[in-house]
Design a protein around this ligand. Structure first.
Ligand SMILES: [Zn+2]
Length: 390
């Protein structure tokens, strides 16, 4: 049986053939002569019906040679093939159009744009980049090309190029993407930091803050860099600032901040900060961080008491699993409890992930950019169990 979309493939040429016939009547009335075009049409149609799309494409390509007015048919077919995921066929059609010197320049530019989309869909980023870079020369397609290039450079993690394109988009089309561009600078800063280039990292970070003063990620990184340079007090200041910027993100730095306070001889401040944050912004990650510090800085009994209190306020399977684990460590568990813990452990593993709010992609680690849909800041810094309970 022919699937639904294949019927479109068949119907489209039929509609165009009808148009052809009408035009034919018109030209015959004007004394023109009929040509062999429709035969190529119906040959293509026949191939499509017999599910031989490649031979059909050949037949249709012959049609465009005979009648440039059928360009629209080719665009429609090319788009359909691309939508069906048959990128090779879409590329063939659009390349053919692009290479026809006798077609109007406008149609060739459009073919180039379609070809770029084909390559993008097929994951051929280099060739997509090449097509859209060429398309920048076409004023009618420039904004579309800039948008596509911005996407491509992000996929290729070419952050400097992405920044440049984002600037052009803002200048030429008024499309601003400040939050995104701040992330591009942060990516560059992280790379520099990984290469132990602290000065480079600081330069990129200044750029990030210039674009977005309230960037949480930049504040976290600023603290990391300060700590790396042995400036603990400055690091503490940057991380404390996150509580004012957006306390939702506190779990991402709470451990680092508490340890820096402790290293500065301010253990009581560290514990106060953790307890207060947990009270004001309850979160499973924050509970984990606080529990671990209390267990080693105060006592295992105090840590267990914290877990019990927190479970009364915000019951969660993840919290309960931590409590059972703590009991096992302190030797309070019997074999039945141990069994129960193992059982819960396998169940909660799925609940302990982060989840993208745009596409639902799940990840063990927190991401600033979703690996699934490439959106920025689409991961709430909370575990799935908390997200579903909200
Ligand atoms: Zn996503």
């Amino acid at each position: 049986m022919i699937e639904f979309e294949l019927w479109y493939l068949v119907l489209l040429p039929l509609l165009f053939a009808a148009g052809w016939w009408l035009r034919g009547v018109d030209s015959r009335q004007r004394g023109g002569e009929a040509d062999g075009g429709p035969r190529a049409y119906f040959r293509g149609l026949n191939y499509l019906l017999n599910e031989q799309p490649d031979k059909a494409i050949d037949a249709f390509i012959e049609v465009v040679r005979l009648d440039p007015e059928t360009i629209e048919l080719h665009f429609a077919l090319g788009n359909l093939f691309r939508r069906r995921g048959e990128v090779d066929r879409a590329v063939r059609i659009h390349t053919h159009l692009l290479n026809r010197a006798d077609l109007p320049a406008r149609s060739r530019a459009e073919a180039l744009a379609e070809l770029g989309q084909d390559f993008l869909k097929g994951g051929l980023l280099d060739r997509a980049e090449e097509s859209f870079t060429r398309l920048l020369e076409e004023p009618r397609h420039r904004v579309e090309a800039l948008r596509a290039l911005l996407r491509i450079f992000q996929m290729e993690r070419e952050w400097s190029k992405a920044i440049e394109i984002a600037r052009r988009l803002e200048r030429e089309a008024g499309e601003s993407s400040h939050a995104q561009v701040a992330h591009f600078h942060c990516e560059l800063a992280e790379t520099a930091l990984a290469e132990k280039d602290e000065d480079g990292a600081r330069t990129h970070l200044e750029q990030a803050l210039k674009v977005n003063r309230r960037s949480v990620r930049a504040a976290i990184l600023a603290g990391d860099i300060a700590l790396r340079r042995g400036q603990g007090a400055e690091a503490i200041e940057h991380w404390e600032h996150i509580g004012e910027l957006n306390p939702e993100y506190l779990p991402l730095v709470a451990g680092r901040l508490a340890d820096a306070l402790d290293a500065a001889g301010r253990r009581a401040d560290a514990l106060n900060f953790l307890r207060r944050s947990l009270l004001d912004h309850p979160s499973i990650d924050l509970l984990d961080i606080t529990h671990a510090r209390i267990a080693s800085w105060e006592s295992p009994a105090a840590a267990e008491a914290l877990l019990r209190d927190e479970l009364l306020r915000h019951p969660s399977l993840l919290g309960f699993e931590r409590l059972l684990a703590a009991r096992a460590v302190s030797g309070f568990a019997d074999s039945t409890l141990e069994q129960l813990r193992t059982l819960i452990q396998t169940q909660v593993r799925k609940l302990a992930r982060y989840r993208c709010s745009k596409c639902g992609f799940r990840a063990r680690e927190f991401h600033w950019q979703c690996p699934g849909c490439t959106s920025w800041e689409s991961y709430p810094p909370r575990r799935i169990e908390e997200l579903d309970a909200q």
